[in-house]
Design a binder for this molecule. Structure first.
Ligand code: P53
Length: 479
């Protein structure tokens, strides 16, 4: 018997805007991702006011999965994928977001993608909103500041649930809904919630807007869960969070409390999605800060009636925090309390590498929520070198994934965690969400395109391709 259950969903994960390209094909509308420029490890991406001449928008073409999906899914099948996580670009289905009727050509594209998966017995795992809401909803409504977004989102969800009810079973409502805990990072506020702020906005303004937007998203998510179950009772509809454990920097009680408070600041979204109500600590926080988002009794009833079936989460790294004298309330803003962890190496982009943290995370999540878990992102962004003969040796990627899979298996085998699947991020090279780079690569499959946008888009197998194929074939026994 293997350490992992039969039917374990080995696969890989991507998101529509980061690989599809075809930004103006098939009647697609302009999305937030279409107005995000390329940055790099030190330069943040810019969100421009519409598509401006002379700017580099890497998601417009991405890796052109729109025209290469058959070839790419065939390669996933060659590795033995049982599952493929992608998202549905909202703007292919509702180009502006507030139309009454969907765009048939957009729906047809995903019919074709999912049929291609099914041909190889690959289960599609689908995120509805992954960092790419219609630009029109941001310009005209201010994004998720506006309660009307709930109904626009539900229309989108309903159309997708009905159209794909016989081919898609696993759904997630919003990608990394907890990322907006970072309300000082303009980028997360835009990608999560379509919130744009003036340069002179204050942290309190941003945080208040974030709680309002998050609340509407949580109501939309809960209503989508209910709607989905009514359309097909076999659907499994999950939340999706970016799980980044917050460690105390020392055994000092104040540091431990700071770490607990930091965890709360990131965990309240999944608390609401799993338990159907706001946790006590968040009610207290909103009361004390006076942010007072618009929350109605009907909203509370909707939250209670739409609990998720499972938790999908990404895991890349851990953070470490320290209590500070000038922060007596232990208020975590995502940045100020962070400190280096001397025990952990870092990636070229400064992300800590912490495989044991994945085992702790699986335990923490399962103890707290007692619902099935799915790892829907994990991986190492790295520079790859193509050798003269075209081969790509990526032992660093294999080492990272092996170490994480080892810990994942211990969590299942020794700790009894109910884990459904493992879908490492960027199974084929794609545009980085955070930096817009192509050269921050995660893939088992190399794509010939660089940060400047040059390249043939040809696909080739890295060393990690054969390695992952063997891992899947042995259900994780031969690492
Ligand atoms: P990139 C920040 C921190 C952790 C995960 O990230 C994040 C982000 C957003 O940048 O996003 C997730 O491409 C996300 C994917 C993203 C992936 O992690 O910045 O769900 O869309 O590509 C990796 O290296």
């Amino acid at each position: 018997m293997t350490k992992l259950p039969d039917g374990f969903l080995w696969g890989g994960a991507v998101a529509a805007h980061q690989l599809e390209g075809g930004w103006q094909e098939g009647g697609k509308g302009v999305s937030l991702a279409d107005v995000m420029t390329a940055g790099d490890a030190n330069t943040p991406r810019e969100i421009t006011d519409g598509v401006l001449p002379g700017k580099n928008y890497p998601n417009h073409e991405a890796i052109d999965f729109y025209h290469h999906y058959k070839e790419d899914i065939k390669l996933f099948a060659e590795m033995g994928f049982k599952a493929f996580r992608t998202s549905i670009a909202w703007t292919r289905i509702f180009p502006n977001g507030d139309e009454a009727l969907p765009n048939e050509e957009g729906l047809k594209f995903y019919d074709d993608v999912f049929a291609e998966c099914k041909k190889y017995g690959i289960e599609p795992v689908i995120t509805l909103a992954h960092f790419e809401m219609p630009w029109h909803l941001i310009k005209e409504y201010g994004g998720w500041r506006d309660r009307r977004l709930i109904d626009f989102y539900l229309r989108f969800a309903e159309v997708c649930f009905n159209r794909y009810k016989d081919v898609v079973k696993y759904w997630m409502t919003f990608n990394e809904i907890d990322n907006q805990a970072d309300y000082n990072r303009k980028f997360s506020m835009a990608t999560n919630s379509g919130l744009l702020f003036a340069d002179d906005s204050t942290p309190a303004e941003r945080e208040a807007a974030m709680y309002q937007a998050s609340h509407y998203e949580l109501v939309a998510s809960a209503k989508a869960v209910r709607l989905g179950h009514a359309i097909n009772p076999d659907f499994k509809i999950g939340s999706m969070i970016n799980f980044t454990p917050q460690y105390p920097a020392s055994s000092k009680p104040e540091d431990i409390l700071m770490a607990d408070k930091a965890m709360q600041k990131r965990s309240w979204w999944s608390d609401v999605q799993v338990n159907g109500e706001y946790p006590g600590y968040m009610k207290a926080y909103l009361r004390k800060t006076g942010y007072a988002p618009d929350i109605t009794d009907a909203d509370r009833a909707a939250l209670a009636a739409g609990k998720v079936d499972y938790i999908g989460f990404s895991y890349y790294s851990s953070n470490t925090v320290t209590a500070k004298a000038d922060n007596p309330d232990y208020n975590f803003d995502g940045e100020s309390e962070q400190t280096a962890n001397p025990h952990l190496p870092k990636s070229d982009w400064g992300w800590t590498i912490d495989p044991v943290g994945l085992r702790s995370s699986l335990n923490w999540l399962y103890e707290r929520y007692r619902v099935p878990l799915m790892i829907v992102e994990n991986g190492l962004g790295a520079y790859d070198k193509v050798e003269a003969d075209g081969s790509i040796h990526d032992p660093y990627r294999i080492d990272y994934l092996r170490a994480h899979i080892e810990q994942m298996e211990k969590a299942v085998d020794e700790d009894g965690v109910d884990l459904v699947g493992y879908m490492p991020w960027g199974c084929i090279d794609l545009v980085s969400a955070g930096t817009g780079q192509m050269d921050k690569r995660y893939g088992f499959i190399y794509v010939d395109k660089n940060d400047a946008g040059e390249g043939t888009l040809a696909r080739s197998r890295k060393d990690s391709f054969a390695w992952y194929k063997k891992v899947i074939a042995t259900n994780g026994e031969d690492l």
